[in-house]
Design a protein around this ligand. Sequence first.
Ligand code: G6P
Length: 606
Amino acid sequence: MNMMCGIVGYLGKQKAVPILINGLQRESYRGYDSSGLVIFDNDKTICLKAVGKLDALENKLKDCNIEGTFGLGHVRWATHGGVTEANAHPHSDCHGNIWLVHNGIIENYRELKEGLEKEGHVFSSETDTEVVAHLIEKFFHKNLEEAVRKALRQVRGAYALAIIAKKDPGKIVVARLSSPLLIGITGKKEYLVASDANAIAPYAKKVVNLDDNEIAVITPNDLLILREKQPELLEIESEDAQKKGFPHFMLKEIMEQSETIDNALKGRVLTNQGAARLGGLESVKEKLREIDSIDIIACGTAYHAGLVGEYMLEEYAGISTDVDLASEFRYRKPIFDKKTAVLAISQSGETADTLAALKEAKRKGVQTMGIVNMVGSSVARETDAGVYNRAGAEIGVASTKAFTSQLAILALLTLYLGRQKELSVVTGQRIAKELQLLPGLIKTVLSTSVQIKKLAEKYKDYNNFFYLGRKYNYPVALEGALKLKEISYIHAEGYGAGELKHGPIALIDENFPTIVIAPADSVYEKNISNIEEIKARKGKIIVIATEGDEGIKKLANDVIYIPKTLEMLTPILSVIPLQLFAYHMGVLRGCDVDKPRNLAKSVTVE
Ligand code: G6P
C-alpha cells in the first residue's frame, strides 16, 4: 500500500460515517482508486469497500443506517495488488478482530506473509498491508498496543497505521514511520486521526503530529503517546480546501499567486538594507556565514525551483550551488565539507525521496535547511532551520502556487546569504524593490488567462510540444513541459534552448510546436537565434516575451507578454502563462486536471 493514500479515523460520540466520508473527500485530492471504511457499531462490525470514486462507497452506504461512533476510513492508490475491493482498505486478520488502514509500504511483506501462512494465517488480499493485520493477530492477547508494538518490530518499510480491535474496544492505536500521521483533538472527548491535516480541519482545534517510531493510544478520555508532545495549533483553515468559486483547485491556485507571493514576502524584505529577514534561519545564522556551497535536493516541480535557485545563489550570493534530484542524491555518495549546506525544497514536506536524502545528509553531519509549505511536516521537522512558504494548502496535484512561492523564497534566501557575503547594498536594494513589485506584476500576467484559453483552443489537437528557455528560464521550460504532461497527457519536452541543435531540432516540423520563453534578458538574442532556426523548419512558435517587444511578433505565431522585472525574478512571471496553458489544454481535452491519472500529490514512497 502506498502513502499517496489517505487515512481517517474517528472516536467519540458522533456518528462516525459522515465524519469519515467528509475526511476522505478532503484527502481525495491526493489521488486514489478505491476506498473503504470499518465501523464498530455495538456488537456489529461493518466493513464496506468500493472501487472507483468515493461516490461508489457512498452509494453502498445509502441503505445502511450505521450508528457507530468509532471507525476508520481509507482511500487507496494501488501499488501492491490491483484495484479491487479485496485489496482496498481496511484490512483484517483471520477472525475479524484486528482492523487497520495503512499508508506506506511494508518492504519485507513477502517473507512475513510466507511465515504467517505457514503458521496457518489465511490472506484475502494481494496487499502488503494485510500482513500487518495478521502479524498483530499473532501477538494479540488482550492489549492492542502491546500487540502492535511487537508486530512493528518485525516490519521493515514505511507506515502510517490506524488500528482497532474488536476484543480491545474503545481505542484506536496509531503508529508512524516515514509517513505522516496526525491526531486531531476537538476538546470534546473525541479524537480524529488522519494522514493529512485537511481531512480533519473542519473538526479538530489542535493536532499532535506523530513522530517516527511513535505509537499512540487514543481513547475517548485520553491520548497516550510514547514520547510526550505538546499539541500545536492547527493552522489550516477548513475553507482552504474549498474551491472558492473556481471550477478547479488548479485554477484557483494559479489565480492565488499574487497573494501567495505577497505572503511569502511579507515582513521578510528589508528594502533599505537591501537584505532579507528570515526568522527560521536565525538559529543557524552564524553557521551559514561560513557556508560557501549549497546542495539543493528536491523532486518534481520543487526540483525545477531548485534549478532556478542555483542561478540566483551563484550570481548574487556567490555561493557555489548544485541541484540534485533527491531520488538520485540518496544513492550517490555526495562529498561534503564543513562549508556545505543541504537545502531541501518540498511543498508537502513529506516526499519520501527528499526526506531520505535529507536524512542521509544529516547522518553525514551537514548543516540542513528547508523551504517547505506544509507546517509541521516531516521535512520541516527534520531540517536544522528553514523558511515556510505560507502559500496555504495546495490541493491540485500539479504544483503551481508552491512553485512560484519557492522561487520567491529562494530570492529571499539569495538576499539573506548574499548580504552576509559580497552582495552590495545597492544591488540588494534593487532586488528587494523588484521583489515587492511582484504581486502587482503577477496580477497583470494572470489577466492573460482569457487570451491563453484561446491559444489552447488553437493548439489543443497537437500531440507534441517543445519548451525552450535559457539561463533563469531553462528550468521554466522544464516546468512548463511537466505541467502540460501532467495535466493534458500531451507529450512535451523541456530543453535548454542551447541544446536544440544537439538533437531535438530533428523533431521540428509543422506538427511540433515550440514554446520559447524569451523575455528581454541577457540571453534574449541567443533565444532569437533559436526561434529563427525553428521557423526555418516550419515549426510553429509561441513566445513568452516582455511587454514592448513588438519585433518578436514577426517571428512568432503567437506571443504572450509578461511585464518587465529583474532577470532573476522573470521565472516567477514567465511560468504563469505556462501553468494557464497547461490548465486550459487539460480542460479542453476533458482531463481531470485536479487529479491527473496515475499521479499523486505527495509521493511518500520510493
Ligand atoms: C509529486 C507531485 C508534484 C511535486 C512533487 C514533489 O510528484 O505531483 O507536483 O512537485 O511530488 O513534491 P513536494 O511536496 O516534495 O514538493
